[in-house]
Design a protein around this ligand. Structure first.
Ligand SMILES: Cc1cc2nc3c(=O)[nH]c(=O)nc-3n(C[C@H](O)[C@H](O)[C@H](O)COP(=O)(O)OP(=O)(O)OC[C@H]3O[C@@H](n4cnc5c(N)ncnc54)[C@H](O)[C@@H]3O)c2cc1C
Length: 487
């Protein structure tokens, strides 16, 4: 049996940041992840926004972590060598009802001490964002709103935690937990013992918690569909735009991401369960209709990808008279963090702004475990992580020198993004095992052709590096084979 002080279940953004924060203490810790890489769950597909904190209820943990997280994000990204753009945002209204919402959010933001927040007239909105329809009536500006690539951040935290001694075990799905002197954790392949558990299992955090405790909160997912535009399509002004719907309905968000792609979404659609990740016609129609109405100059012919992600909505569970469980009112105003025993902490159904609060939540978990276990500070912790080489954008002389020393950096594999063979090899050596693992680390296959020209070559490089047949190379999660055999 493998013994640890703390085991983290789940390697999404929360698991990676819990791991990085635990590494600041003198503790033996491991992350058990069911999938083959970090950030393959909710953390790989979200709106990528670092929220300033005017949207959340005053006085809650969510607000405290969000406001602080946003203010500290630039420093965090500098430490981890991750791209972060503080774009500023405008929440736009289209009539009386939504203007009322904006005024309330301004008051809430002031109460939450969010800086650089002000109402804009119709004319001011149109000056800052000329691509929005002139039906707009008012705006709420916030200078602190930013954007980051969620998986780039998660991967950076993973690499930094690993460098500081936290072990990550992949393809290691936890199937049962029992309590003896310590917690005994069974996976499909191994048995582990730990004095403390941090449950970061995302959509499955309710199921993991219920391996040991009575139901308390159950996750009932809904879906969010998104569009990605080709680089070259942008909003003048480059702000993040939130549309507050006038009639009862859903809003639309537009994000100029750090990769230069415009992201639009999400459409909120019912889901058929925790595996239902396909896009829907309803979601696509909603997005197209809203884009045309609100941003008439945006050319939807330049959409290069659509995807869907699941929202882990937490519903409280009550016992009926007949002892059956019923779900009641959905929890939206705060995060659901449960501590059923001192050594067992769960993050259940952490939705927006979980990305903004990833470091704050990770710190909360690590501090709780360290206090419980009486752990000392790890004075050898090194917070700095450096990303691997990116040839695109390097000055010509530096690039020439790099290619001279390592010719693989001169062989361009992904032509849309300008990614070389050397960068793909670096990504595999840093932990990528699949096509999407390479994509999340290098952006290869994420350009206009979406991998039509380079997928085959990248599969060969992965196969060569991992010493496996090309037919075994996966698109992403376990079972996502690209080839069904070779001719
Ligand atoms: C549609 C949408 C948009 C969002 N947009 C934003 C935004 O713009 N800004 C923001 O701040 N926040 C945003 N969020 C919130 C943010 O994305 C989430 O809070 C965050 O990604 C949750 O991460 P996680 O680590 O809890 O979950 P996940 O990333 O899903 O990770 C959970 C991991 O646990 C693993 N796992 C599950 N069961 C087991 C098991 N039994 N054993 C081992 N491993 C297991 C899974 O494989 C998975 O890798 C958004 C969320 C959604 C749904």
């Amino acid at each position: 049996m493998k013994k640890y002080d703390v085991i983290i279940i789940g390697g999404g953004i929360l698991g990676c940041f819990a791991a990085r924060n635990l590494a600041k203490y003198d503790l033996k810790a491991a992350v058990l992840e069911a999938n083959n890489d970090v950030c393959t769950g909710i953390s790989r597909g979200n709106t990528s926004i670092i929220y300033p904190g005017y949207d959340t209820k005053p006085g809650t943990l969510k607000t405290k972590l969000c406001v602080r997280g946003c203010l500290e994000f630039e420093n965090l990204c500098r430490e981890l060598d991750v791209r972060f753009e503080k774009r500023g945002s405008i929440m736009v209204a289209f009539g009386e009802r939504s203007e009322g919402v904006l005024r309330k959010k301004l008051a809430q933001g002031v109460e939450n001490r969010v800086p650089d927040l002000k109402l804009l007239s119709k004319e001011e909105v149109l000056t800052l964002c000329p691509d929005i329809t002139d039906k707009v009536t008012m705006g709420l500006y916030c200078g602190n709103t930013g954007t980051v690539l969620p998986w780039e951040l998660g991967i950076a935290a993973f690499e930094n935690a690993q460098k500081n001694g936290v072990e990550f075990v992949f393809n290691e799905k936890v199937v049962s937990i029992r309590k003896g002197e310590n917690y005994i954790i069974e996976t499909e392949r191994n048995t582990y013992s730990a004095r403390g558990i941090v449950n970061c299992a995302g959509l499955r955090a309710d199921e993991v918690r219920e391996m040991l405790f009575e139901p308390h909160v159950r996750i009932v997912p809904t879906k969010g569909d998104y569009f990605v535009f080709d680089t070259g399509v942008s909003l003048r002004g480059n702000h993040i735009i939130f549309c507050e719907p006038e009639a009862k309905g859903k809003g639309l968000t537009l994000v100029p991401t750090v990769t230069g792609n415009l992201l639009a979404g999400p459409a909120e659609i019912p889901s058929e369960g925790k595996y239902d990740t396909g896009t829907t016609q309803e979601g696509i129609d909603f997005l197209l209709r809203n884009l045309k109405e609100k941003f008439p100059t945006l050319d939807t012919a330049h959409i290069i990808r659509s995807f869907s992600t699941l929202r882990p909505n937490p519903y409280y569970v009550n016992k009926n008279n007949d002892n059956s469980y019923v779900l009641n009112e959905r929890s939206i105003s705060n995060f659901t963090v449960t501590r059923d025993e001192e050594g067992f902490l769960s993050f259940i159904g952490i939705k927006t702004p979980g990305l903004t609060c990833c470091d704050g939540l990770g710190k909360l978990a690590a501090d709780a475990m360290a206090e419980f276990l009486g752990a000392e500070i790890n004075h050898n912790f090194d917070p700095v992580r450096k990303k691997t080489v990116r040839t695109d954008g390097l000055p010509f002389e530096e690039r020439a020198e790099l290619v001279q020393n390592s010719p693989a950096y001169g062989k361009i594999v992904c032509r849309c993004r300008g990614i070389s063979e050397g960068e793909i090899i670096d990504a595999v050596r840093a932990g990528a095992k699949t096509l999407d693992g390479v994509k999340r680390r290098t952006e290869a296959t994420s350009g206009r052709c979406q991998g039509s020209f380079c997928t085959e070559r990248i599969m060969e490089i992965i196969a060569n590096e991992l010493c496996i047949p090309v037919s075994e190379v996966l698109k992403d999660s376990i079972g996502s084979k690209v080839l069904e055999g070779l001719l």
